[in-house]
Design a protein around this ligand. Structure first.
Ligand SMILES: [Zn+2]
Length: 73
């Protein structure tokens, strides 16, 4: 009976460690999925999501107006 109880305790500890590590790892993974890639407007320095930015010549801008303004040297 002593061996059975030891195995039961070990299984409980293993299960608790598994649940704990999963609970600790999950929020970081979710945060990475929610946060989009941030880029900086080359003209005014505003930070915005890459999918919302205007791209011109491999550079990022916050609006088509700033893309036009940034193109002029
Ligand atoms: Zn801008």
């Amino acid at each position: 009976m002593g061996l059975f109880r030891t195995l039961l305790v070990l299984a409980g500890v293993w299960l608790a460690l598994r649940l704990f590590s999963r609970a600790r790892g999950a929020p970081k993974k979710d945060r990475d999925a929610v946060l989009p890639d941030m880029v900086r407007c080359e003209h005014c320095g505003l930070y915005l999501a890459a999918h919302e930015a205007t791209r011109a010549g491999g550079r990022y801008f916050c609006s088509p107006e700033h893309a036009e303004a940034g193109r002029i040297p």
